[in-house]
Write a protein that binds this ligand. Structure first.
Ligand code: IVH
Length: 693
């Protein structure tokens, strides 16, 4: 959305046709409208990528036919007028925008322009920074103290949001150290990390409140709160990327002569500077950086919409200067948009492992966030109502990070006359059992339980999955066939499969069938935490399963635990405790577990710990009685190798006791304090599992 240079028009400019003139007028009108929705109302109705396309079309028309450029053209201004409810402030040094590059060729052209202008033939040094997708902010520090925070607004003036920025933890209220300019302006981006955004929206969904379309929108909405307590409750962060106004540079402090030096200085004053920032040389260095960040983009904890490349040398920056509202020495190389527009063809209702009925939008395929998306979640019935989505609608789809693609809004202007209402089913689309709503929950669930083939399939897929029983080769398609053909009705049924049943399936060669049987056999040797996770108890993810296994050490102990006892496990609250206890109260679940054990599923008595370095760090162990295979001193040494502290007596703080033969009072005390006790054989197994013989 950057401003562009007015073309040099020494020659007589060509005259535009009337069609082009009316196209330009229409674009201006549209862009102004979108600009207002985006900047003033925080309610964009089209994705950024679409806005950029409209803007580029208008820019190119104006470039070819300068007569089309009017003073009210959105290409002539960046941003929008501030809301009247905040005090307006003038930026002493205007806040500029950035020009965009949408391809490697455009980036190359940018660097060529710079080198030509500077008559520079060597590759230049550039600072590469992720372009955080948030809200630009200006912070003024006087004698090291934060006195004003302001939004960028239209670049010339913005809104005074001092009270709100003060609530953001990553913004220093006072600069670190003793040396800083008398007046200093720091600029950067306030943004909301994805995890915080998802949490905020989840809570809003549960409360039936308005949700935010994306993290940038959420950051903008949070900053525009007149009540700064609301801002304080929002997960906002700030990363600094430049300085603005500087008065009275301290004598004792060397003045940076490159942009990277400024970033380091900002860091030492206590600002967060993106950890991804790097210096690159020439076009190739920039292209490599772009490629590296592009592959990392999905795993970053925040949204970035591109890379900003800035000429590092400040004296070269000064020589290059500015064009309209953007510097000549910087450019934003954009990534594929994370939001795009497409048509919703239909909605299907999927039944998950716990019976949750999820509406899934079938979409006209669209390239978004770097992949082609043809399905997106609509979450639940409330969300469908909130969106007011109809079959045939044009919708905005967002795909960012590893979060599954979602429909975030409907473009109402584009609703066709023949759009069709979508109703949420009252019966399970798979087994016809009634779909029910649990009090206090947004989701609707199929009441069919494991009678419902969909729930059964999901339960089996989960059981076989990599982090559960890890049954190699037993993919989703195969599970579906096995259930559809009635060969497997429950997880234990997997272990009863035989070769002829598998080879009779479509496209199943004998070798693959044998491999699957071998994988099934191998999966029987597992760990307690994997087994617990594989059971698919509601709210018991991998981490909870591990915590339960490490706390109780045996399945029997977990089975027998009361809800209160379960809550003694770290991170297990009343809800999880209830689901666990409830699972082990149901006779059909107990029967299933017993059948699995009868089929040969087993795990070592001691849960292997994941951390490779010091698996027992933080734990206190006690050795008692006589060990056959080693002396007590050796045992102690081995425990210490695993990171445990070894104590001479048992107390409530003891993590585990190793009891050799003729163990006496320490064993009794451990038993009375309900501290886990293992025998020598289990101890040796534990050592072996951790590579100690
Ligand atoms: S520099 C003179 N650096 O992008 C250069 N901007 O389109 C001014 N942004 O308003 C900006 N990350 O909100 C710069 N590392 C970064 C940035 C960044 C995000 C935003 C900022 C600015 C917009 C320009």
């Amino acid at each position: 959305m950057a401003g562009r240079a007015p073309a040099d028009n020494a020659e007589l400019p060509p005259a535009p046709s009337s069609e082009l003139a009316s196209e330009a007028a229409q674009l201006r009108e549209q862009l102004n409208q979108h600009n207002y929705r985006y900047y003033v109302l925080d309610q964009p109705s089209i994705p950024d990528a679409e806005y950029d396309r409209l803007m580029r079309r208008l820019q190119s028309l104006e470039e070819s036919f300068p007569a089309l450029r009017t003073p009210d053209s959105p290409t002539q201004r960046v941003g929008a007028t501030p809301l009247s409810s905040f005090e307006s402030v003038t930026h002493e040094v205007p806040m500029l925008s950035l020009d965009n590059a949408f391809s490697d060729e455009e980036l190359e052209a940018f660097q060529q322009r710079i080198c030509d202008r500077l008559k520079h033939h060597e590759p230049l040094s550039y600072v590469c920074e992720p372009k955080l997708d948030g809200v630009a902010v200006s912070l003024i520090y006087e004698d090291g103290v934060l006195v004003r925070g302001a939004t960028r607004g239209d670049g010339a003036s913005g809104e005074n949001i001092t009270e709100n920025v003060r609530t953001i933890g990553s913004i220093p209220l006072r600069l670190q150290g003793d040396d800083f300019p008398a007046r200093l302006e720091v600029r950067g981006e306030i943004y909301m990390p994805r995890a915080g955004f998802e949490r905020l929206n989840q809570a809003a969904r549960e409360a039936g409140e308005k949700i935010f379309v994306n993290p940038r929108n959420a950051a903008a909405g949070s900053l525009r709160q007149l009540d700064s307590r609301i801002t304080a409750s929002r997960p906002l962060e700030m990363a600094a990327y430049s300085t603005g106004l500087i008065e009275g540079w301290p004598e004792k402090l060397a003045q940076p002569d490159d942009h990277y030096g400024i970033l380091l200085q900002l860091k030492s004053w206590g600002f967060r500077v993106s950890e991804e920032v790097a210096v690159a040389t020439g076009l190739q260095g920039c292209l490599d950086y772009y490629a590296r960040l592009a592959t990392k983009r999905d795993s970053l904890p925040y949204d970035i919409d591109g890379i900003v490349f800035k000429v590092n040398d400040l004296s070269l920056q000064r020589r290059l200067g500015f064009v309209a509202r953007a510097p000549r020495w910087a450019i934003a190389r954009k990534f594929p948009a994370q939001e795009e527009m497409t048509r919703l063809l239909d909605v299907e209702f999927q039944v998950g492992r716990t019976g949750a009925v999820t509406p899934v939008a079938r979409l006209e395929p669209v390239f978004v966030g770097g992949v082609t998306v043809s399905n997106a979640t609509l979450h639940n019935q409330d969300e469908m109502r909130r969106l007011g989505v109809m079959k045939g609608d044009t919708v905005i789809v967002r795909r960012a990070g590893d979060v599954i693609p979602q429909v975030v809004s409907v473009v109402l202007d584009k609703r066709p006359a023949d759009a069709v209402d979508i109703s949420f089913p009252t019966e399970c689309p798979v087994c016809d059992a009634p779909v029910e709503k649990t009090e206090g929950e947004a989701v609707m669930r199929c009441s069919g339980g494991l009678v419902c083939p969909a729930q059964r399939k999901q339960a089996i897929k989960h059981f076989a999955s990599r982090k559960a029983m890890d049954i190699d080769g037993l993919g989703d398609k195969l599970v579906e066939q096995l259930v559809d053909k009635g060969l497997v009705n429950s997880v234990d049924g997997l272990y009863a499969l035989h070769l002829e049943q598998l080879t009779a399936l479509e496209r199943m060669a004998e070798k693959s069938a044998r491999n699957i049987l071998a994988a099934l056999e191998a999966s029987k040797k597992t760990t307690l935490s994997r087994f617990l996770y594989a059971l698919g108890i509601r709210e018991v993810g991998e981490a909870t399963a591990r915590a339960l296994a490490q706390h109780f050490l045996s399945l029997e102990a977990i089975r027998a635990a009361s809800e209160e006892e379960l809550q003694e496990v770290e991170d297990v609250g009343p809800v999880v405790a209830h689901f666990v206890a409830d699972f082990f109260r149901q006779p059909h679940n107990l029967e299933e577990v017993d059948k699995l054990i009868a089929a040969g599923v087993s795990w070592p008595a001691i849960e292997p710990v994941d951390s490779a370095d010091h698996p027992l760090s933080g734990e206190t162990w006690v050795l008692t009685g006589t060990l056959e295979s080693m002396s007590r001193a050796e045992g102690k040494e081995k425990l210490q190798l695993l990171g445990a502290r070894v104590a001479g007596s048992v107390s409530a703080k003891t993590s585990c006791v190793v009891a050799g033969s003729s163990a006496g009072s320490k064993l009794k005390k451990a038993e009375s304090l309900k501290i886990p006790v293992i025998d020598e054989a289990a101890f040796v197994r534990l050592l072996k599992q951790n590579g100690i013989e």
